[in-house]
Design a protein around this ligand. Structure first.
Ligand code: ARG
Length: 588
């Protein structure tokens, strides 16, 4: 891994502090808040004074005098009360950026393949179409999987379908009413298994709401659905066969919707896959005295040392024998810990499920899973409408994901038509542009906020070509590409980076902060750090380009160097956007 400027400088200053019998740690440096005073500054002398090292100005001067020989620092100033301001060598900067940019990952990749990270996101339910609630988990989860993988972790993502609850029994009973003659309903069904599904996704999407509505008012229907669910879970063959059809049909549609978003999973497992582990965990919970019977139900109570209840119990099995959402999650975690040997498991799931995960994780801790694996609820806030309440359609219904994407696409078409972009493109290209702009709009608007915050869905604002938006970044990318194309037309191509001039400093420093932004993103499991970096990078490019007329530069070597800097910036912008799951455009 490449060192950062901060690390190089801290090394130098740390040694100088040590030479004065002060701690190495005082050598830390940061970017200068006032660039006219220096590139970087070290404030360690003041920190040392607080710990009794005496006059900070004197300390700073001594430290500067003890600085080891190096090719990094060009000019150095001590300013009262004890700041050390540093200007860096132009050659050092150019070399640093050259080395970093020649690496496929800008020097970010580390050998982390031994750390297996499982990311649970998506969580769509069989027979229900995806809605706005599934947007954040998909976007954040996908970005995290890309970033962890890029850094070198061994990442496995799982869609963890909701394929095992009472909704399955409802579907079975609902279908029975419509097509009672299907062989699957025969108690003794053992095959053959026709490949053709007896239902389409439209059938499922009609049956499910009808049945679930019915079950709310009709106790008999509800009981039937519960019974069918139980029989399915106990292995009734005809029901299992039907269930498989439901799952297959749903996955095909889900893959289409996720494809539209550019989101993918390694595994398409579901709650049902945890089923074989349930007897095992129930046995272990019982043996270890973690679970108890409570009014016919099986629960895990959570109490402190004094026996006081600390939170509601996790219900493992209801009195009618059905297992719960928490039980399947606990069993799935068990599989991830002991079968998949994951070191880290991230659950990118809505913050409104915090209580659920607290309970599941507390039960897992009691079983000792935390000795092997670190599991976290990487939760996120709600997407709200302008009224501050969870985002709905105009008529107050649930906003389907597919419709939301279409809305963003319509808005993109509108904005593109109003602007100068894409005027002379064929319809097909216009449509591709609108699609990519729409996806960038939705993703960037979501990722730019710290994930635990709620945000207000304001499509018009998100679609602007100005400001901290996806379209702005796509436009910057297209702009740099166009500069490079124009240069190529006059036979100017990127060459070696020459020593970094003042106009290029801001951009160079920003480019060298890529890895820090990724590390921060990983540490907090929060891609908004990367968003912030990319936005600032795009802005740095703008101000560089304003100050520096690249194409009019008369000196060939200088022009080649400026083009190189532009192309490095382009590479990092595209790489960073890809890590957010955003595809870029050749031109706009
Ligand atoms: N299917 C669930 C829902 O729609 C989300 C699943 C999240 N993942 C998990 N392991 N519980 O609410």
């Amino acid at each position: 891994m490449l060192t950062t400027i901060e690390q190089d400088l801290s090394q130098l200053f740390g040694q100088a502090f040590e030479a004065n019998d002060l701690s190495f740690d005082f050598g830390g440096t940061v970017r200068c808040s006032r660039p006219e005073l220096g590139d970087f500054q070290c404030n360690g002398a003041m920190a040392a004074a607080k710990q009794g090292a005496g006059n900070p100005f004197v300390t700073a001067e001594k430290v500067v005098a003890s600085l080891p020989d190096n090719d990094i620092v060009k000019n150095i100033d001590v300013v009262r009360p004890g700041f050390i301001n540093v200007f860096l060598h132009e050659d050092y900067l150019a070399e640093k950026l050259t080395t970093s940019s020649q690496d496929n990952t800008f020097g970010c990749h580390e050998n982390l393949a031994d750390t297996k990270v499982m990311i649970d996101f998506g969580g769509p339910n069989v027979a229900k179409s995806m809605h706005v609630g599934h947007l954040r988990t998909a976007i954040i989860g996908d970005s995290l999987q890309r970033i962890f993988r890029f850094k070198g972790y061994n990442v496995v993502s799982d869609a963890h379908l909701g394929d095992w609850g009472t909704q399955m029994g409802m579907l079975i009973e609902g279908l029975k009413k419509r097509q009672p003659d299907l062989p699957y309903f025969d108690k003794d069904f053992t095959g053959p298994y026709p490949e053709e599904s007896p239902v389409t996704i439209q059938d499922l999407e009609t049956i499910y709401p009808e049945e679930s509505g019915l079950c709310k008012t009709d106790e008999e229907a509800a009981e039937k659905a519960r019974q069918a669910t139980l029989e399915l879970q106990n292995g009734r063959e005809g029901y299992r066969a039907l269930w498989q059809h439901f799952v297959n049909v749903s996955i095909a549609t889900l893959k289409r919707d996720y494809g539209e978003l550019g989101v993918s999973f390694d595994l398409w497992k579901g709650e049902s896959d945890a089923d074989p582990f349930i007897p095992k965990i129930l046995e272990e919970l019982d043996e270890k005295g973690i679970s108890i019977k409570d009014q016919g139900a099986l629960i895990v109570p959570f109490v402190d040392d004094q026996g006081e209840k600390v939170m509601p119990p996790l219900i493992l099995r209801k009195s009618d024998g059905a297992v719960m959402y928490g039980t399947t999650d606990l069993a799935t975690l068990y599989e991830r810990v002991y079968d998949d040997h994951a070191q880290i498991v991230l659950y990118v799931v809505d913050g409104r499920q915090q209580q659920h995960f607290k309970q599941v994780f507390a039960a897992a801790d009691l079983m000792g899973m935390n000795e092997k694996t670190q599991y976290e609820h990487t939760y996120f806030g709600t997407v709200n409408g302008k009224d501050g309440k969870p985002f709905k359609t105009r008529s107050g219904g649930v906003m389907k994901l597919h419709d939301l994407i279409q809305m963003a696409k319509d808005e993109a078409h509108k904005k593109l038509a109003e602007s100068n972009f894409g005027k002379d493109f064929e319809d097909e290209e216009k449509d591709e542009i609108a699609h990519k702009v729409a996806i960038s709009t939705l993703k960037f608007a979501d990722l730019r906020n710290f994930r635990i915050k709620d945000y207000i869905f304001d499509l018009e604002k998100f679609s602007e070509f100005e400001g901290k938006t996806g379209p702005y970044l796509l436009m910057q990318v297209a702009r740099i590409k166009s500069i490079l194309r124009k240069a190529a037309d006059i036979d100017a191509v990127p060459g070696d980076l020459l020593s970094t001039s003042d106009n290029e400093k801001g951009l160079t420093f920003k480019l060298l902060e890529f890895n820090s932004a990724l590390d921060k993103t990983i540490e907090k499991r929060a891609p908004h750090f990367l968003c912030e970096h990319l936005y600032n990078l795009a802005q740095e490019f703008s101000s560089f380009y304003q100050k520096q007329h690249i194409l009019k530069e008369p000196d060939d070597a200088k022009r080649a160097s400026l083009l190189q800097l532009s192309s490095i910036c382009l590479k990092q912008l595209e790489m960073g956007l890809e890590l957010l799951g955003i595809e870029t455009l050749e031109r706009m």
